[in-house]
Design a protein around this ligand. Structure first.
Ligand code: FE2
Length: 131
């Protein structure tokens, strides 16, 4: 698993701090999985993500708008899609309990979507904010 490192910084400190917090949640989930406690941690992680991503995405979108970043609308769709996926996993857990499958779905979502989004989509914002 990729852990947080400076290459993930996009160069906008407020956003970088929030990405770091998202990574910390992902790392805690991985650590719990390694300790055989993934199913307990997944509920905590999903509750955190549901609140924190809404706050983070809202603030990131505000920063984008103020900076004149031209892809605000497309970018918001990506954020909304992530929230839909988090909510679907949450519903799955509510319906079926925290299963190995729900833990692995959340792990894949975080290690795939989150890392790619930061590296390849969010990095574009910095050139507008820091111009
Ligand atoms: Fe983003």
């Amino acid at each position: 698993m990729q852990s947080w490192n400076d290459s993930l910084k996009i160069g906008v400190p407020h956003i970088d701090e929030q990405h770091k917090a998202l990574f910390a949640a992902m790392e805690a989930l991985y650590a719990a999985c390694s300790a055989g406690k993934g199913r307990a941690e997944v509920i905590k992680t999903i509750d955190f993500l549901e609140d924190y991503t809404v706050k983070h995405f809202t603030e990131e979108q505000e920063i984008q708008k103020k900076s004149g970043y031209p892809k605000c609308v497309e970018h918001k769709k990506l954020h909304d899609d992530f929230i839909v996926q988090v909510k679907a996993i949450k519903k799955d857990i509510a319906d079926n309990g925290a299963t190995i499958l729900s833990v692995s779905k959340l792990n894949s979502l975080l290690s795939g979507w989150l890392i790619n989004h930061i590296k390849y989509v969010d990095t574009e914002i910095a050139q507008y904010v820091n111009k």
